[in-house]
Design a protein around this ligand. Structure first.
Ligand code: IMP
Ligand code: MG
Length: 172
């Protein structure tokens, strides 16, 4: 068993998600919001956030993976599962667990923009801004985190620990 140190408690996450939900509900007042959850890590955050948004919400899911060579300069990602529905003319918000280098999200946001949504925003639970190599505009952030390997609340280490109710760091 790995030893995991709590970085952000369940209570802190819950409080922050309520705040984000309120902020998003105000910003989208009078509109409908189409959430795109990025599998698998974004799912835990998406469910909790969606419950705190008071404007009408619809949901879709997308699964992407980076190509083997992580230094691939195009930053291209492979679509494992595409959206079920068109996003054309919708107010769309992508929900992610973490933005690290920004490689995945910068590519994904560009790709989604070409599908002509009415608006396109990005909301991430965690951000490691100091790690950015590919610029990406983040509209809503839960927490900035240090450059450490994070697990829990959707984030995995070799597919484990996604179900932890807090955000932690593996102690080595
Ligand atoms: P990117 O470098 O911004 O493209 O991040 C891509 C993906 O790397 C994220 O969506 C996560 O799945 C994963 N990732 C980045 N940092 C961490 C971490 O600290 N713990 C677990 N997964 C991470
Ligand atoms: Mg991810």
């Amino acid at each position: 068993m790995d030893e995991i140190k709590i970085l952000i408690s369940e209570e802190e996450i819950d409080k922050r998600i309520r705040e984000l939900g309120e902020e998003i509900s105000n910003d989208y007042a009078g509109k409908k919001l189409h959430l795109i959850s990025v599998l698998k890590g974004g799912v835990f955050f998406t469910c909790e956030l969606a419950k705190r948004i008071s404007v009408p919400v619809t949901l879709d899911f997308m699964s992407v993976s980076s190509y083997g060579n992580s230094t691939h300069s195009s930053g291209a990602v492979k679509i494992i599962k595409d959206l079920d529905e068109s996003i054309m003319d919708k107010d769309v918000m992508v929900i992610e667990d973490i933005v690290d280098s920004g490689r995945t999200l910068s590519y994904l946001m560009k790709l989604l923009k070409e599908r002509e949504p009415r608006s396109l925003a990005l909301c991430t639970l965690l951000d490691k801004p100091m790690r950015r190599t590919h610029p990406v505009r983040v509209d809503y952030t839960g927490f900035d985190v240090p450059d450490e390997f994070i697990v829990g609340y959707g984030l995995d280490y070799a597919q484990k620990y996604r179900n932890l109710p807090f955000i932690g760091v593996i102690e080595s």
